[in-house]
Structure formats: structure tokens, C-alpha cells
Design a protein around this ligand. Sequence first.
Ligand code: 13P
Length: 254
Amino acid sequence: MRKKIVAGNWKMNMDYPSGLSVFSEIINMVKDEVTGSQQAIVCSPYIHLSSLAQLAKSNSQVSVGAQNCHQAESGAYTGEISASQIKSVGAEYVIIGHSERRQYFGESDALLSEKTVITLKNGLTPIFCIGETLEQREGNTYFDVIKEQLTGGVFNLSADDFAKIVLAYEPVWAIGTGLTASPEQAQEIHAFIRKEIAVKYGQETADETSILYGGSCNPKNAAELFSQTDIDGGLIGGASLKSRDFVDIIKAFN
Ligand code: 13P
């Protein structure tokens, strides 16, 4: 059975004390209220990672991740953070290829493929993001776009490595806009992604891959999205900044 996951992406929000306090609330609420085996992940800014990873030790259902890493192992890259540094503070996940990285930092599929490889090499789980823009959706090219992002970003991995990654479908037009993809729209793409994985790596690997939906997911729409056959959880932006909302989204699986 593939893992059910709700991952929060705090983006460039939360000062250090607020981050610690929100995360402590999440840990306590998950302990008291979450009955299933779903995995909660908080992808915080780098400054929080070490402290959050320490707090997360008390609850195996909550883990910590980064939002990016550099593609090199180490070296003269002023201001950058490596996968091994992220691993060394106790984080377990890294978001790779978020549309904001692709759009504002010009990250290409080839670069993202390098980042995925270094992440896996350092024993971290990449949460690899794909998704089309509004223009691509309206121009009906979105299946091609998704396939290209998969091919360029992760389909060069060995079957063993591919089996370790998590995918997130985040339509760019749904991010931070309140325009959630309908459960049918999201399911259509998730099923397509799973089919492409099956073609490349076989049905068993496809069935074991967790594919998260992201884009204006909130406590009100999460249950319907998560009940779709091929949606295995969510990657949550705005609603992950409030502990109550984030935990209610995790509870949407129940
Ligand atoms: P919102 O949930 O704020 O739309 O953001 C989604 C996202 O980008 C998560 O990575």
C-alpha cells in the first residue's frame, strides 16, 4: 500500500519562534487526533530545520523537509545549501522542482534531475513537483507538459531510485489562487501520471508511488480530493501555516 502523505510547504514564511511554536502545535495535535498511519511532513525554511527535526523525534508520524537544495555535493557556492547538510540536521525530505523555483529561479528539468539524484544519494526523499500553467491548460497541452517534466526530471532514475521518490502534481493556476483543481481534474492527471510510471517502470512501481495534489488545498476540499483513486495526499501552501488547518487536512483521510 502506498503511503498517504500531507506535506506542508511553508515557502518563505514564518520567523524562527513562530515556526517552532506552530510546529509544536502540529506535533501535539497529530498525537492526539490523527488515528491513521498517514505521514505528515513540514517543509520549512532552512533556518528551522534543525530545531523542527529535534521536535519531530517525539512523533514518528511527523517529519521535516527542506524546500530546495543545491545540485553539488559541496563547495564554493556562496549562499547555497547541500543535500548532505540538510540530511545532517535530521530532515528526511526535500521539495524539488516547485513551480516557484522553475518560474523565479529558472530551474530546468535537467537541473532538477541533478537535484533529484543528489537528494537520493544523500538518503533524502525528494518530493518532485510537476504541473502546467494556465496557458498550457487552456491550450490543451497539459498532458504533454506533464510527460515532459516527468521524462526530463525523474524518468532517468533507476527503478530502485524511482521507487523512493514522492511526486506532487501542482497545477500552477491553482497555487495560491483559491482556484482548486476539481477532484475530477486532479484525478484525471494523477491517473495519467500513474499510467506513465507504469509504462516506464511497471505497474507494481506505479501502484506504490505516492502522488500528492497541491494548489489551494484546504480543510474544506481536502476530503473530496483525497478520496480520488489516484490522489494519495496533498502538498499544502497557505493552509499549512495554521496548525489547526494543517491538521484538519491530515484528518481528511479519516
Ligand atoms: P497553496 O496551498 O497556497 O495554493 O500552495 C500550494 C503550493 O504551492 C504548495 O507547494
